[in-house]
Design a protein around this ligand. Sequence first.
Ligand code: 6R9
Length: 648
Amino acid sequence: MSEVTVHPVSAEWADKALIGAEAYAEKYRRSLAEPDAFWAEEAKRLDWIKPFTRVKDTSFNVDDFRIRWFEDGTLNLAANCLDRHLADHGERVAILWEADDPATPGRRITYRELYAQTCRLANALKAQGVKRGDRVTIYLPMVPEAAVAMLACARIGAVHSIVFAGFSPEALGGRIDDCASDVVITADEGRRGGKTIPLKANVDAALEHHAPNVKSVIVLRHTGADVPMVAGRDIDWADAVAGQPGDCPPEEMNAEDPLFILYTSGSTGKPKGVLHTTGGYGVWVSMTHEYTFDYRPGQIYWCAADIGWVTGHSYVVYGPLANGATTLMFEGVPNFPDHSRFWQVVDKYGVEIFYAAPTALRALMREGDDWVTRTDRSTLRLLGSVGEPINPEAWEWYYNVVGGGRCPIVDTWWQTETGGHMITPLPGATALKPGSASTPMFGVQPALVDGEGQLIEGAAEGALVITDSWPGQMRTVYGDDERFFQTYFSTFPGYYFTGDGCRRDEDGYYWITGRIDDVINVSGHRMGTAEIESALVLHDLVAEAAVVGMPHDIKGQGIYAYVTTIAGTEDSDDLRRELIQWVRKEIGPIATPDVVQFAPALPKTRSGKIMRRILRKIAENDTGNLGDTSTLADPGVVDDLLANRPES
Ligand code: 6R9
């Protein structure tokens, strides 16, 4: 290992931060030693309708498996994000919106306005027949109405399921079906990087083959494009809310009632509907947003993630709004109209806290410092990173060039399943080591296990597990408790298995090394290799496919697909291009394979298992040492793969 540069906490941060080093140590100790007392205290950050009397009731063991937090308390999370802010700071800006095109005027929506818009839509949803517990699918671009839609669902106790607006009609339809939504909220079109995305047309296509139970589609006019409306099913957002009152009583939800479903990729099968509930999730995102970002009311805060991912749920909408923050929503992309865009937006709104994914930073870093240094950025005081490991080179660039050496970087490790930050530095407490997510959040007990499932102590490397529950933990896979248990609690009995590999150094800092299951992380987005393989084999000419990750300078990982076509097919470049388009159509552009290699056969063991280890090595171009190939049914297959590796 090369020498690690340590950036100690500056005197100013140590002095002014909410949590300093001693406070961190003491609070962390208490969170484990007295969890009930600790969490009862933290839960006061939310307004409860009926206070809870029980705090933590959890077990990861097969015999008495349960995850319940604050279980007899009631509350409404939308009311916590809106109503309680009105008395003292209703005129504070809740959402700042910056359009894709810098010439389009931005929007500033106060807490009072957001409250009224949310209530109108909540009433409109009720008028469409949506009841407590019903699922509503949201397929919207990064516009304030996306937050309005989420909060309107939460207000009436409906469960939202957001599908990223970059997903294809096929992927959208599958997700609508899985949770049996009967209402879809979408827009005419989205805009990103100067291009439009045909959202309404995608919904129409999705509903052709899926979701027979969808009764209404609410359509937001965003670009104003002329989109066909299906009579009796489709309704204009403006018409739906017209005449609806600007107040709507919040539904009294139990702490363990579902708040949302968010589909994420796993190592097997179709995407899982990760289910989060109300009380624990609310406490978790509010607490982590405040402590990790050292957030003080009134500060301008920008998380550049899309609401289609968990980061958008927890750190664009619920965490910041629960804390009365001003949260910036950006419709566009980092490199449109040019590579200065992020920093122009920072200057335009005076952003103080900025949170983004390493893939965007690496892409910008490649374009040179000038795009950054020509902007001011003097308002920035804290930077964050999320979604994938950040390489030390990108970290130093972020720190020195973007942050001018003034701003700590919080490298936050967490997952869709964890609801919020799990391992992260706190800016006033943690000396920073570039590339390390560092130390656990309050209540989080990470551990490393070896291949036999034995805990390993001290400086070591292993599979990352969490040994006890935390309030923001997912509660189940929607409709499939058994799959939830199998996926996360059966590999290492008694522990939550994260799917990540990890190293712990002599100072107890955690260094995430990446996924150790069949999940690849492309530009911070999770893709299951099995999902891409299933899409490929749907093509008439494909007999078999195997997909692995490959290193990629910007995206972190790229997608490398091995494809065996049916006998007699000509493996041409045209077919290669067609297959790439096919996957884009089946899943969406984020799943575009970077390399398609035709393979007359795939390397298999005698029992017929594909040896992915070998496929990974070839994809990584690390072909000197393929390891043990003695269990292969036909070793000749590997020679053919090596000889025909396409240039990437
Ligand atoms: C929040 C989010 C989760 C997976 C996770 C890990 C990777 C996320 C990371 C990180 C290293 C970080 N990951 N943050 N790896 N350092 N700071 O991204 O959720 O989309 O579910 O992905 O992302 O591999 O297991 P999700």
